[in-house]
Design a protein around this ligand. Structure first.
Ligand code: MG
Length: 123
């Protein structure tokens, strides 16, 4: 399975990538914003997206909407990892059809549980 990790913060990307590697996931592509993520989707066969919300150029919310509106990627699992923890934010993200949502800071265990629960419901 190939994962796409999208965040404008290189430090945050490293934290997520290191957590994934600790679970044995090492087929990982990184992108620095939503536009970059769409380009990476074009050039890689991505199976799962973990995305930040607040990013320049294209936010994670707009990225999610673009993916859900596309024919080829509309069913791709999307996990949003963000500092935006307000109830309205979470509702907005779920309405845009992210599969699940994590508020930063998070533990690797929580990340793993959310990924597994998404994969379970997508089988
Ligand atoms: Mg950000």
């Amino acid at each position: 399975m190939k994962f796409l990790v999208v965040d404008d913060s290189p430090t945050m990307r490293r934290i997520v990538v290191n957590a994934l590697k600790s679970f044995g996931i090492d087929d990982i592509v990184e992108a620095e914003d939503g536009q970059d993520a769409l380009a990476k989707l074009q050039s890689n066969k991505i199976d799962f997206i973990i995305t930040d919300w607040n990013m320049p150029n294209m936010t994670g919310l707009d990225l999610t909407k673009a993916i859900r509106n596309s024919d080829q990627w509309k069913d791709l699992p999307i996990l949003m990892v963000t500092t935006r923890g307000l109830k309205e934010d979470i509702i907005q993200a779920l309405q845009a059809k992210v599969n699940n949502y994590i508020v930063k800071p998070f533990t690797p265990q929580v990340l793993k549980e959310k990924i597994l629960s998404i994969l379970k419901t997508n089988v």
